[in-house]
Design a protein around this ligand. Structure first.
Ligand code: ATP
Ligand code: MG
Length: 364
């Protein structure tokens, strides 16, 4: 759901910021290096996911010399209902999350209200880094649109953990069979969910990629994490000795990947930096578009430093696509004229904010 009002206190260099962003349009944040653009996106990200996209530690997020940061927003539901949400964290590490005036114990409740898709310099990891990033990418979509995913994923993770303990300690008793069966049951379900999701996602990725770039023969193939010509149960039987020797589970959805190739070559070895960014944007936008066809609640895109690595034509194509989403988008850029044209964009649903030393000002 989009945010209609946002208050940020003592987060990074943002001492006290209040904004009323566009709920269904572009919000452009401009300012010099170090002014506080990324920090604002990071604050919104924290509200939706309970963590930063820059640091796994929370202390660096608290403004220096402050004791805690606090974030507050009103999100608007598809029935135009306003729901207050909040998060805070202090130097001692205690944190609070609130939805509609009540403390909540788990971030999943907040995450369910605030689906957030982020495009920033770390997004390159989707192509460049290990399979964990691509699994996380797929699981983001499954969390929001596949019923039963979270429960299934939790069962699988628990079985995996228990089974690995027994393998590590060489306790190959009856208990391990119980966890193996549990792993197979939920692993097969998880695999089916991911396959189905990729099948829906792929045509969208290809359509968007074709609009953003001139690139032929993009292939994406989901790999289960085992040779799935065989059933998972058969694979475990066959590799029992290997798993006992190595002391952990060698096959299953925790080893899955999304293989991305261009003209038969791995995308990370084939694409230029800018092309990588465009393909990543296509992948992320496809997730958002797919989610919008399943749920009306609306989502939030955070696009940090949109102009970087992109030529003017690619930039404009990406902005046009973001505008077409009819959902809330936050974009940062050092200069507004790279994104916003005061003559042509007059009257368009774009709000422009300028930030200087952590102080925000609404320009349009
Ligand atoms: N805990 C903190 N307390 C105070 N200031 C901080 C804290 N953490 C980071 N900063 C400062 O906040 C400022 C804003 O950082 P931010 O990353 O938001 O800048 P930016 O506008 O995105 O810049 P750029 O254009 O270089 O990406 C920086 O000067 C940074 O040093
Ligand atoms: Mg920045």
């Amino acid at each position: 759901m989009p945010i209609t009002s946002l208050k940020v206190a003592d987060f990074r260099n943002l001492a006290a910021v209040e904004l009323a962003p566009y709920a269904h349009g572009l919000n452009l944040i401009c300012g010099k290096n170090g002014s506080g653009k990324t920090s604002l996106l990071e604050a919104i990200h924290y509200l939706g996911l309970g963590r930063s996209f820059r640091s796994h530690l929370s202390t660096p997020l608290i403004r220096q010399s402050a004791d805690k940061f606090s974030l507050y927003a009103q999100v608007v539901s598809e029935t135009e209902h306003l729901i207050p949400v909040g998060a805070e964290r202090d130097q001692q590490g205690s944190s609070k999350l609130r939805v509609a005036g009540k403390d909540i114990a788990s971030i999943t409740e907040l995450a369910a209200l605030l689906p957030i898709l982020t495009i920033n310099s770390q997004s390159h990891q989707l192509l460049e880094s290990g399979p964990a990033f691509r699994r996380r990418y797929l699981d983001w979509g499954l969390f929001y649109q596949t019923e039963g995913f979270l429960t299934c994923w939790r069962h699988y993770e628990r079985a995996l953990k228990q089974r690995n303990v027994l393998l590590r300690e060489r306790r190959l008793n009856n208990e391990i069979h119980v966890w193996t069966n549990e792993l197979i049951k939920h692993g097969v379900l998880l695999d089916n969910m991911r396959r189905e999701y990729v099948a829906q996602l792929l045509p969208l990725i290809l359509t968007i990629a074709a609009r953003l770039m001139d690139l032929s023969e993009i292939e994406m193939e989901y790999q289960s994490g085992w040779d799935n010509r065989d059933e998972l149960a058969v694979v475990f039987k066959r590799h029992e000795a290997d798993e006992t020797r190595l002391g952990h589970t060698l096959f299953g959805p925790h080893r899955a990947d999304l293989d991305i190739k261009i003209q038969g070559v791995s995308a990370k070895h084939f694409l230029s930096r800018g092309q990588q960014k465009l393909l990543i944007c296509a992948m992320i936008l496809a997730q958002g578009m797919l989610l919008s066809t399943h749920k009306e609640q609306g989502l939030i895109y955070l696009v940090d430093d949109l102009p970087s690595e992109l030529d003017p034509v690619s930039r404009q194509k990406l902005i046009l696509l973001l505008k077409e989403q009819k959902t809330q988008v936050f974009i940062t850029a050092i200069e507004s004229n790279l994104i916003y044209d005061p003559v042509n964009d007059k009257g368009a649903p774009i709000k422009v904010f300028h930030v200087e030393h952590g102080a925000y000002q609404t320009l349009t």
